[in-house]
Design a protein around this ligand. Structure first.
Ligand SMILES: Cc1cc2nc3c(=O)[nH]c(=O)nc-3n(C[C@H](O)[C@H](O)[C@H](O)COP(=O)(O)O)c2cc1C
Length: 200
C-alpha cells in the first residue's frame, strides 16, 4: 500500500516537473564554424527530421538568437535598445517564453499548439518553432519590431548554418489564429515565425 502511494507521489512529481519551466544548461559561447563559412552555408531549409534538439544545442541556439552577451545587452541590436521582442518557443508539449536573464524557458501554455503555426509541411517535423512577438507598448515604433525580429532571425540562420541545422523565416501564417493560440494581448504583435530542426 505504502509502495503504491509512493509510486503515485513520484509519478505526480515527475508529471508536474515535465509540465513546468525548463531550466536550460549554460550556453557554450565559443566554437562553431568561422563566420565566413557560416555565411557561405546560410540558406533556408523547409524539410526536417522528426528529432528533438539536445539540451546543449537548444541553449546555444537561444543564446545566439537573443541571449545577453554583456550586462543587460544582447547578441542583437535593438532600436533605441528597447529590447521589445519576446521570443516564444513552440515545442510539441507546449509554448514557452525564453527568459535570457535566468536562462529558462518559461511555460506559457501547456499542450500542442503547432497547428496554429500554419504551413504544416514545414513546421510539423521541426524540433521547435520560434515565434517573434513584438511588444508594441515597449517598441520605439511598429516597424522597429519587424526590423529587430529580423536581426534575431539572422542570428538563428547563422547559428543553424554553424551547427548543421536547418531553419527558415516564415511570414505566411494566420496571424489571428496564432495570436489567439499564444494568448497574446492587443499590445503584442507577431512579426514572423522560424522553425528550426535537423535537415531532412
Ligand atoms: C520576412 C520573410 C518571410 C518569409 N516567409 C516565408 C514563408 O512564409 N514560407 C517560406 O517557405 N519561406 C519564407 N521565407 C524564406 C524566403 O523564401 C527565402 O529566404 C528566400 O527564398 C531566399 O532563400 P534562402 O533563404 O535559402 O537564401 C521568408 C523570408 C523572409 C525574410
Amino acid at each position: 500500500m505504502k509502495k503504491g502511494l509512493l509510486a503515485i507521489a513520484l509519478f505526480c512529481l515527475i508529471g508536474c516537473v515535465s509540465a513546468q519551466d525548463i531550466q536550460l544548461v549554460p550556453p557554450t559561447k565559443t566554437g562553431g564554424k568561422p563566420l565566413m563559412e557560416a555565411l557561405s552555408e546560410r540558406q533556408s531549409h523547409r524539410s526536417f527530421e522528426q528529432k528533438d534538439l539536445p539540451a546543449q544545442t537548444l541553449s546555444d541556439l537561444l543564446w545566439a538568437a537573443y541571449g545577453f552577451n554583456r550586462e543587460g545587452l544582447r547578441t542583437v541590436a535593438s532600436s533605441q535598445n528597447k529590447q521589445e521582442i519576446d521570443l516564444y518557443v513552440v515545442l510539441s508539449n507546449g509554448v514557452y517564453l525564453y527568459d535570457a536573464k535566468d536562462n529558462v524557458l518559461k511555460l506559457m501554455i501547456e499542450g500542442d499548439q503547432r497547428a496554429a503555426l500554419g504551413q504544416p509541411n514545414i513546421s510539423e517535423n521541426a524540433a521547435l518553432s520560434l515565434v517573434y512577438v513584438a511588444n508594441i507598448d515597449k517598441a520605439s515604433n511598429r516597424e522597429a519590431g519587424f526590423i529587430d525580429s529580423g536581426l534575431i532571425a539572422q542570428n538563428v540562420y547563422l547559428y543553424c548554418a554553424s551547427a548543421g541545422l536547418g531553419t527558415v523565416a516564415r511570414g505566411s501564417f494566420k496571424r489571428p489564429d496564432l495570436h489567439t493560440a499564444l494568448k497574446l494581448t492587443d499590445q503584442q504583435e507577431i512579426t514572423f515565425v522560424q522553425p528550426v530542426g535537423y535537415i531532412k
